[in-house]
Design a protein around this ligand. Structure first.
Ligand code: 23J
Ligand code: MN
Length: 256
């Protein structure tokens, strides 16, 4: 049997599961807040064009207004200044072959529950690899923190007088994953691929700086990472083909 025929049989008999890694996208979906001196990204607003009424008696449709980086979304390399000169760095030009890739799931949920400012380190990754094998080139690294289980924007953003607190990557881990492991990118359950406190790190937002500087991709606000095996899942993450786009909300699916 060909691989794809076996695959179709696996889908039909349920031995291959389709896991939805996407959060619902609505007007209450939280968005990142940057310091006031910077431009802000709007969340989603929905305006009805018609709903079986005078404006369209037989049809329902809406107009959406939203930032590219709203909800479960994709970060293209061009999103960051360090990635601005890479070839094929936009949502339109990233090759389709990069949009389907295997995943390594790193379970940092215990650490993140104990410390909302937890940062993944190279040592932590090496301990994971001692158990599960070396992270293969071209893999997504998905950081499971169970952050998606937090209910409501306040708990999700977790802002206090010192700003947002959510887990992320130490810059040395981003360097290791981008350069030594040659991953396709990193995915997280939090609002962005940097830690909540990362605006104050050196450099600011080191994961964005390093990953996109290396031409790598990002996925933010994922969920259901607890339903994936540590290795062996395949992720489908295809952003809207926005011309010159820096990112896009998307449906992220995994086969497991
Ligand atoms: C712009 C500036 C800082 C950050 C972000 C965007 C994101 O998290 C994003 O959605 O890419 S941290
Ligand atoms: Mn983003």
């Amino acid at each position: 049997m060909s691989v794809l025929k076996q695959f179709a049989a696996g889908l039909a008999d349920g031995s291959i599961r389709v896991v939805d890694l996407t959060q619902p996208l609505g007007p209450d979906t939280p968005v990142i807040g940057l310091p006031d001196i910077f431009g802000q990204s709007p969340g989603l607003s929905i305006d009805v064009i018609s709903r079986y009424d005078d404006a369209g008696p037989g049809w329902y449709w809406n107009t959406l207004t939203l930032g590219e980086h709203t909800g479960t979304h994709f970060d293209a390399p061009v999103h960051w200044v360090t990635g601005k000169d890479h070839p094929n760095n936009t949502t339109e030009t990233i090759p389709a072959s990069k949009l389907v890739a295997p995943a390594c799931v790193l379970d940092c949920s215990t650490e993140s529950a104990a410390n909302p400012d937890f940062l993944l380190t190279p040592d932590w990754i090496e301990r994971w690899e001692a158990q599960h094998g070396r992270i293969p080139a071209g893999s997504w690294v998905l950081m499971r923190t169970d952050w998606s289980k937090r209910v409501g924007a306040d708990a999700f953003l977790n802002i206090d007088e010192n700003g947002p607190h959510s887990p992320g990557f130490h810059k040395t881990a981003s360097e290791m994953l981008a350069k030594e492991r040659d991953v396709i990118g990193v995915g997280v359950e939090t609002i962005g691929t940097d830690a909540g406190q990362a605006g104050g790190f050196d450099p600011p937002f080191p994961n964005h700086t390093i990953m996109h500087g290396a031409g790598k991709l990002g996925l933010a606000s994922l969920c259901n990472l607890d339903q994936l095996p540590a290795t062996g899942a395949i992720v489908f993450a295809a952003p809207l083909k926005i011309v010159d786009g820096s990112g896009s909300p998307l449906r992220v699916l995994a086969l497991a």
